[in-house]
Write a protein that binds this ligand. Structure first.
Ligand code: F0G
Length: 458
């Protein structure tokens, strides 16, 4: 007999109180924050779904690792435990710890990119794109066509368009230092990439003599989707699938704040000795000595243990089912979301939910503010506020106006999520009355972090 209730496969060991707030309190807080959810004090937030990055709960054994952390400047045993844990999953020859994912990106692209170069990816995450562009190189997104349609129910919408990659590598022969595949595709809705697609990408890269790197932040979630959805994969362990994914690549960047189950950390790994040497030299300039990167020994221990826990099937079954639980409930309520539900987050299609608010009046912002005001739930606008302002100062609607509800790992219980569902239902009921917004103050780049808004009255 299997029961249908998905239970959290852990008991609670230490608790963090949450501050209960009233609608009046939240109305004042968000007004003072200029209607920007990044500007709130987080203790005014009840359920914080801004990101799944670094916000998860660590296990008893990770905290034990923190106690064991050895802070030697060079050659710490904590580094060797970290190294062993990474290489058990990703047997790359060189593993370079960094303080988080974007530091790995910065070092790698500084070493290999410059004006005239092109870096393709299924879809660049925003820091990845920014780090490519900071070198003067061009970042090109090549998602498969199903990945561009929020309602297409394809199992692997994170896949790369292999034909487009082949054409680009022919066109720009000698100008592409690396091909990147992001697993899961965060900017594309947390959608997975299939093993079959990765093998095709590998074949194209080999044929053109170009290296393949993974942006592997959510590798375990991606491997679980492969096990669940890809023909012939169900009998395998996630560990085994992850090793195969790693064996197809020449290197990786990683944010341990996601599937490292840690609050900070990351790494850069590769097989190429010469490239590793250049990256280590850059690492020493800004991050630290190669056996700690930008981390304390205790952080390396937390990651080493997190990597052992994140590939456990009971954990991943709960993780992926509990995200789908939220997505399924919103779908039943008639709230449009990117489907199928991704691994780490549910993405609400705010433009479809609020058709009376034009994109340049920021439907995603309107929805994110309404979820906060109604129930203290903080999501993140991923739409025209984030992507609409261009370097030449012009403003255009983004491809989609979404609100991402990202689920921190092992942090909220099912009753917290039931509450989020109720808040979403209430906001949907009032959706026709939600106002659009205008921006009254903004920075020239990455404006979403600091812009101030005003609601438009009818
Ligand atoms: N790559 C992907 C796919 C990511 O999702 C992130 C971070 C990074 C790289 C950068 O890693 O934050 O450790 O420097 N994503 C977070 C998010 C911030 O909310 O999606 P980092």
């Amino acid at each position: 007999m299997t029961f249908k209730t998905i239970i959290e496969p852990f008991r609670i060991h230490s608790v963090e109180p949450m501050k209960m707030t009233t609608p009046q309190h939240r109305g004042k807080a968000i007004r003072e924050a200029g209607y920007n959810l990044f500007s709130l004090h987080s203790d005014d937030v009840l359920i914080d779904l801004l990101t799944d990055s670094g916000t998860g709960a660590m296990s008893r054994d990770q905290w034990a690792g923190v106690q064991r952390g050895d802070e030697s400047y060079a050659g710490s045993p904590s580094y060797y435990r970290f190294l062993e844990s990474v290489q058990e999953l990703f047997p790359f020859k060189h593993v370079i710890p960094t303080h988080q994912g974007r530091a790995a990106e910065k070092i790698l692209f500084t070493a290999i990119a410059k004006p005239g170069k092109t870096i393709p990816n299924n879809t660049h995450f925003d820091t990845t794109r920014a780090n490519v562009e900071a070198t003067g190189a061009e970042a090109v997104d090549l998602p498969c066509k199903e990945g561009r349609d929020p309602s297409a129910l394809d199992p692997f919408k994170g896949n790369m368009d292999v034909a487009a990659l082949d054409a680009l590598l022919s066109d720009r022969a000698g100008q592409v230092p690396v091909v990147f595949v992001t697993i899961t595709n965060n900017s594309g809705g947390g959608q997975p990439v299939s093993l079959a697609n990765l093998k095709e990408v590998r074949e194209v890269c080999t044929r053109h003599g170009v290296a393949l790197f993974l942006d592997a932040c959510r590798f375990a979630e991606n491997a679980w989707f492969i096990r669940e959805r890809e023909p012939g994969q169900h009998g395998r362990t996630v560990r085994d699938i992850v090793r195969e994914i790693g064996s197809l690549a020449d290197g990786m960047t990683m944010s341990a704040k996601k599937d490292g189950l840690a609050n900070i950390g990351g790494w850069l790994a590769m097989n190429d000795d010469d490239l590793a040497g250049r990256c280590r030299n850059l690492l020493i300039l800004t991050e630290g000595f190669p056996t700690y990167g930008g981390l304390a020994g205790r952080d390396l221990e937390a990651i080493a243990q997190g990597l052992r826990e994140v590939v456990q099937h009971d954990y991943l079954r709960y993780r992926i089912r509990s995200t789908a639980y939220l997505g399924d409930a919103l779908t039943r309520l008639g709230i449009p979301i990117v489907r199928p539900t991704g691994g780490h987050a549910v993405y609400i299609d705010a433009r479809a939910l609020l058709p009376h608010i034009p994109p340049l009046r920021y439907p995603g912002q309107a929805l994110a503010v309404a979820l906060y005001e109604a129930g203290g739930v903080r999501g993140c606008e991923i739409g025209t506020v984030m992507f609409g302002l261009h370097p030449d100062g012009t403003e255009h609607p983004a491809a989609l106006d979404l609100v991402r509800l990202a689920i921190p790992r092992r942090t909220y219980t099912q009753s917290h999520i039931d509450y989020v569902i109720e808040v979403c239902a209430e906001v949907k009921r009032r959706s026709g009355q939600l106002p659009g917004y205008r921006i009254v103050e903004q920075a020239p780049t990455l404006r979403h972090f600091t812009a101030r808004f005003e609601p438009l009255t009818a």
